[in-house]
Structure formats: structure tokens, C-alpha cells
Design a protein around this ligand. Structure first.
Ligand SMILES: Nc1ncnc2c1ncn2[C@@H]1O[C@H](COP(=O)(O)OP(=O)(O)OP(=O)(O)O)[C@@H](O)[C@H]1O
Length: 239
């Protein structure tokens, strides 16, 4: 049994005057502990696929299973509960709350859980330690660099100890040096056993992944299982 399994996923976005098929029947399997990059040209369906895996965006048809749970058969309430246990999200924008300190931002996902305040602080400090920012726990977001803010966002994504992290363009706002730092953080979390999926346009990030899913026109064009990725593909399709 694979940790994540997508079967014939189709996503059609419909409005009053448009209909667009963003995913045209996508099937894949991802193992626990995998480190997966999703790449492809703009509009190829990467974010749509990630949001479906993130149990945030029901497919028009097809099945998504995580840990053998048929995610879109769950009620909304059970799916929200699933997300709060299984998933951590990281986005291109760090989405930190500007008037809370780094540690207060990291503690946010714990506030809905029945955990004492002191335990919440302990867990948040442990998460900040993992991203190398324990000593800056008391800083406001405005007192941190972009790369540091993204590391706080990663700490917030892992603080409740989910097995799966989904990141959509996590280095999209960062320079080369900070991008590499973020990918190293993901690498070390992956070595600790977290399954990580990230969407990227940055070909330098691909060497960190163990599997690369190439998308084009709403379909998976190829899945490559080594770090030796096809850089030609990205140059041609400007991913
Ligand atoms: N909520 C939506 N409503 C309508 N169309 C959408 C919606 N979200 C995405 N689309 C369309 O679906 C297609 C795939 O979008 P998606 O964001 O998944 O692609 P992407 O590969 O992540 O693109 P990019 O690299 O530019 O972020 C695009 O044509 C997009 O315009």
C-alpha cells in the first residue's frame, strides 16, 4: 500500500462563462518518507494537484487516498480533522501574523488542540530548533529576513508533527542562497521521516528531491526516480 495514491484524478473548474479542465486523469503513487518535486509549465495543473492532495480541493472525479483513507469520501468535518493531524502546509507567501512573535506564530496550529500552554511552547521551540531559529523565537516577523520568515512558516507547518508536508513554491520569493537553505531544511526533515511534496519552478531545487513528477497540460508526463533530473525539460518548457 502506498502512502498517497491518486487514481484518475480529473479537475474541471467551471464558472458562468468558462469551463477549464485543469487535470485530465492523473494517477500516481507516493511512498511514506518520499521527497517529491512537482514541476511543469505554468498552468499545467501543479497547484491544483497539490491542493487536491492537501484535501482542500475536491476532484471532479477520481480517487485520492492517503494512508488508505479515501479523503473525499470523508465529511467536511472529518476531512478538516484529517488535515489538522496529517498535513502541514507551506506557501510562497509566508503568511505569518505580523503582530505575533515567531514562536507565537508557530504555536498557532496547536491552539485548537487540547495541549497546555507550556507544552505548546515546548513543541514550538522544538520546531524552531529544527529549522535553526530557536534563538530568534521572540522576534517579530518584521525583524526576520525572508528566508527566516519562511523557516518560521515551516516550523508552524511541522509543529503538530504531521507525517506529510505540502509546499507550493516555497522558495518563490527567495534568492538562491535562501532557497538552498530552505531546501536543506526540507531535506533534514525528510531524513527524519517526513514525506514532503513541493511544487517548484526553480530547477536548482530538483536535485534535493528523490522523485520528480513532470506535469504538462493537466497530465503527468513523466515521473523520475533519481536526483539526476532532466534539466533540458525545464529549459524547454520554462518551468
Ligand atoms: N479556482 C480556479 N478557477 C478556475 N480556473 C482555475 C482555478 N485554479 C486554477 N485554474 C486554472 O487551472 C489551470 C491549472 O492551474 P494551476 O494553478 O493548477 O497550474 P500551475 O501549474 O500550478 O500553474 P503556475 O505554475 O502558474 O502556478 C490554469 O489554467 C488555471 O487558470
Amino acid at each position: 500500500m502506498s502512502f498517497i495514491e491518486g487514481k484518475e484524478l480529473v479537475k474541471i473548474y467551471k464558472g458562468s462563462d468558462y469551463e477549464h479542465t485543469a487535470l485530465k486523469g492523473v494517477s500516481f503513487k507516493i511512498d511514506a518518507g518520499d521527497f517529491v518535486a512537482i514541476v511543469g509549465p505554468s498552468g499545467s495543473g501543479k497547484s491544483t494537484l497539490l491542493s487536491i492532495i492537501g484535501s482542500l480541493n475536491p476532484p471532479t472525479s477520481g480517487v485520492l487516498k492517503i494512508d488508505d483513507i479515501d479523503i473525499y469520501k470523508l465529511s467536511n468535518e472529518k476531512r478538516a480533522d484529517f488535515r489538522s493531524h496529517y498535513l502541514g502546509f507551506v506557501f510562497q507567501q509566508y503568511n505569518l501574523i505580523s503582530y505575533l512573535t515567531a514562536i507565537e506564530n508557530v504555536m498557532l496550529p496547536l491552539s485548537i488542540k487540547k495541549i497546555s500552554h507550556s507544552k505548546q511552547r515546548e513543541m514550538a521551540l522544538a520546531a524552531l530548533e529544527k529549522v535553526g531559529l530557536r534563538e530568534k523565537a521572540g522576534r517579530m516577523p518584521s525583524e526576520l529576513s525572508g528566508g527566516e520568515q519562511q523557516r518560521v512558516a515551516i516550523a508552524r507547518a511541522i509543529v503538530h508533527e504531521p507525517p506529510l508536508i505540502l509546499a507550493d513554491e516555497p522558495t518563490g520569493n527567495l534568492d538562491t542562497k535562501n532557497s538552498e537553505e530552505i531546501m536543506k531544511v526540507f531535506s533534514s526533515l525528510n531524513k527524519e521521516g517526513l514525506t514532503i511534496l513541493f511544487v517548484t519552478h526553480n530547477i536548482e531545487n530538483l536535485s534535493f528531491a528523490r522523485k520528480v513528477i513532470y506535469m504538462r497540460d493537466g497530465l503527468i508526463e513523466n515521473i523520475e526516480y533519481s536526483t539526476n533530473v532532466d534539466i533540458e525539460f525545464c529549459a524547454v518548457s520554462s518551468c
